[in-house]
Design a protein. Structure first.
Length: 210
């Protein structure tokens, strides 16, 4: 059946629709990553869905398919340090704006997954559960999720004791146990997130990342 919410917006004046979404609001470590995607109006792919509803293998396969067929793709990354400075909501918003800018392509309309994005000279429509309704948003959710997961896999190679490859920075029991044992990693863990904040206030030294 596919995700068709975007179809109602196509018109003579709206031919290029951006979908944007983010991955990584909830984790205790790592960046928040957003993607922006413009798909051809006639592009159909019934396998594309909200990235959270897909397996890792499905996401990686669709990541390649989306990259092959998309008119434009952009990615925006906001670090853990900046998340601590401006808060995770504003960081997610900034990542989406960076992703749209990174596309380096014209567009007529922006669809977001429940995020208001001021500052554009085209309409921006925020859709509740947009990643389960609109194909461009779902595609962006897959690009963002796979991109961020690959970044966490790389961090896992540097800091294997935290098992980022498995937990992707989320607060699993094993991750929390490692945090208590080794302390947070400077520039990687989000110091304003409660479990990390508690450990810092417990006067555990930050594990330097260099």
């Amino acid at each position: 059946m596919g995700l068709t919410y975007q179809d109602q917006f196509y018109s003579d004046s709206v031919k290029l629709i951006v979908g944007t979404d983010e991955a990584g609001r909830g984790p205790l470590a790592g960046p928040v990553v957003a993607a922006a995607v413009i798909l051809p109006q006639d592009y159909k792919n019934d396998r594309i869905n909200d990235s959270k509803q897909l397996s890792e293998k499905q996401r990686e396969e669709l990541f390649l398919e989306i990259k092959e067929h998309a008119i434009a793709i952009g990615v925006g990354i906001v670090s853990a340090d900046e998340i601590d400075e401006i808060n995770i909501y504003e960081a997610a918003r900034k990542a989406m704006k960076l992703a749209i800018s990174d596309m380096k392509h014209d567009f007529d309309l922006v669809l977001t997954d429940c995020m208001k994005l001021p500052g554009f000279n085209v309409p921006v429509i925020d859709i509740v559960k947009g990643d389960a309704k609109a194909l461009p948003i779902a595609a962006a959710s897959i690009i963002a999720k796979v991109t961020r997961d690959k970044m966490m896999d790389e961090l896992d190679k540097r800091f294997p004791m935290y098992n980022f490859k498995k937990n992707k920075g989320y607060g699993t029991k094993a991750h929390l146990d490692a945090l208590k044992k080794y302390g947070p990693i400077e520039h990687i863990h989000r110091k304003t997130f409660k479990p990390v904040e508690k450990i810092i206030h417990g006067e555990m030294n930050l594990f330097e990342d260099f």
